[in-house]
Design a protein around this ligand. Structure first.
Ligand code: EPZ
Length: 416
């Protein structure tokens, strides 16, 4: 396993380019299962999660190449089973369920199980598919699903689940009739998936709102698409500039999808100048404490919660960060405290009292965004921080240490 070593204290200077969005790439890759042929997606980031998804698609019988573009041939699918060892590695593997049912009317997909940040059930996915005519039996941790034909239905989600909206949108694209999702997720990655499906011939409207309508078609065509940039990676770089007192330019930055993050970071004392898809982010004066509540889009994203907590540890005064999406997404708190942060957790809220300095320490990553917050804290800490188990980081950040190094961070990776 690798670890990342950071000698903190360097204000970041220079420019960085945001990679493609992990959480848009994963559903787009599963959407290719809906149509037989040669697909090509440009801008896919080189991440562990993409490697995991690629292995699953090849397990199903797809042929893939991934040099500049991610190319995939879905003509010879031989299996409709997503095995446990793959799905437990990455829960987004569960997104093959909808496409496999839509194209082959049968699928055997392992239940994802929980992860460090929460139980993360898939009950809403399954209830929606049953309403669309799928018979579902759970056996030995697997979802055994089959249907004569998927039929359109009116579905009302208790929670605006991102994955649930994606699975249903893909299934409904080839169903008989019209499907309406009420209380659908509104994330930009949902809009990206809808636009990609429409390029394939799907008939979808309302994406980006809380009601999405999909009119099923007979068949879809292969996808050629260029992926949107990653708003969470971009937000992470903004925090990196803020926590180090730097001045950086972020290119390929999806600013229209970052309003809640930009607004909150400005409240925290960052100067963020927007010019097209470029953002110049500086912090000249002291940081300011903030109140944050994570919400479904367009609210403040849960995937930025750990990162803004790292920033808040250096803001004189008291910040309150409330996590409303996942029940256990404070695993980074104990590690930040090892670096001298002053944080008190009370149920779903963390009260962060700013400290004059963070001190470098050996810390351990537990999930993707927690590991990002430890790297951010290390950039600002006095002394050396060693972040172990960075395979978590590699799931969602492409080449992070080299991107930070190019802006003046004293950071490198070594074998543990
Ligand atoms: C997606 O996960 C993202 N992953 C997550 O990003 C992100 O944190 C999450 O959306 C919320 O924005 C990908 O897109 C690959 P949900 P997903 O279904 O789809 C509950 C990262 O760091 N729920 O919207 O799994 C669930 O327990 C990752 O990049 C049910 O109760 O999230 C959670 O509390 C982490 N029943 C809430 O809804 C269901 O059937 C939101 O989950 C489905 C979800």
């Amino acid at each position: 396993m690798d670890r990342i070593i950071i000698r903190g204290g360097n204000p970041l200077r220079g420019e960085v380019t945001v990679s493609g969005a992990k959480n848009a790439a994963l559903p787009l890759l599963t959407a290719t299962l809906l149509a037989s042929g040669q697909h090509s997606i440009a801008g896919v980031p080189k991440l562990r999660d993409i490697t995991t998804m690629r292995a699953l698609l090849e397990h199903l019988g797809c042929e893939t190449t991934f040099t500049d573009d991610f190319c995939i041939n879905t003509k010879n699918i031989q299996s409709n089973e997503a095995p446990y060892h793959m799905v437990k590695t990455m829960r987004a593997s569960f997104l093959v369920l909808g496409p496999l049912l839509a194209r082959f009317h049968r699928a055997r997909v392992s239940l994802p199980g929980g992860c460090a940040i929460g139980v993360r059930p898939v009950d809403i996915h399954l209830k929606a598919l049953e309403t669309m005519g799928v018979s579902i039996a759970i056996d030995m941790g697997y979802v055994n699903a089959s249907c004569k034909k998927l039929k359109g239905a009116r579905l009302s989600f208790d929670i605006p689940t991102v994955g649930g909206t994606e699975n249903v949108m893909m299934a409904a694209s080839l169903a008989d009739g019209v499907t309406t999702i009420v209380n659908a997720a509104r994330e930009p990655e949902i809009v990206e998936l809808a636009q990609a499906l429409k390029k394939m011939g799907a008939r979808i409207s309302g994406e980006g709102s809380d009601t999405i309508t999909i009119e099923g078609v007979k068949e879809l065509n292969p996808l050629v698409h260029t992926l949107m940039p990653d708003r969470i990676e971009a937000g992470t770089f903004m925090v990196a500039a803020g926590i180090t007192g730097g001045d950086i330019t972020i290119k390929n930055c999806p600013l229209p999808y970052m309003e809640s993050v930009v607004e909150k970071l400005r409240e925290a004392g960052l100067s963020i100048e927007e010019c097209g898809d470029t953002a110049r982010v500086r912090r000249n004066d002291s940081l300011i404490p903030v109140e944050v509540k994570t919400l479904p889009y367009p609210g403040f994203p849960t995937d930025m919660q750990a990162q803004i907590m790292a920033l808040a540890t250096r803001a004189p005064g008291s910040s309150v960060i409330r996590e409303t999406i996942f029940e256990n997404r404070f695993t980074h708190v104990a590690e930040l405290e090892r670096m001298g942060a002053d944080i008190r957790v009370e149920q779903d809220s963390a009260i962060v009292t700013g400290v004059d300095r963070l001190r470098g320490a050996p810390v351990m990553a537990t999930d993707l965004r927690a590991s990002a917050s430890l790297v951010l804290a290390g950039l600002a800490a006095e002394g050396t921080t060693t972040v172990s188990r960075v395979y978590h980081l590699d799931r969602g950040y492409e080449n992070l240490e080299n991107k930070l190094k190019s802006m003046g961070a004293d950071i490198y990776r070594e074998k543990e």
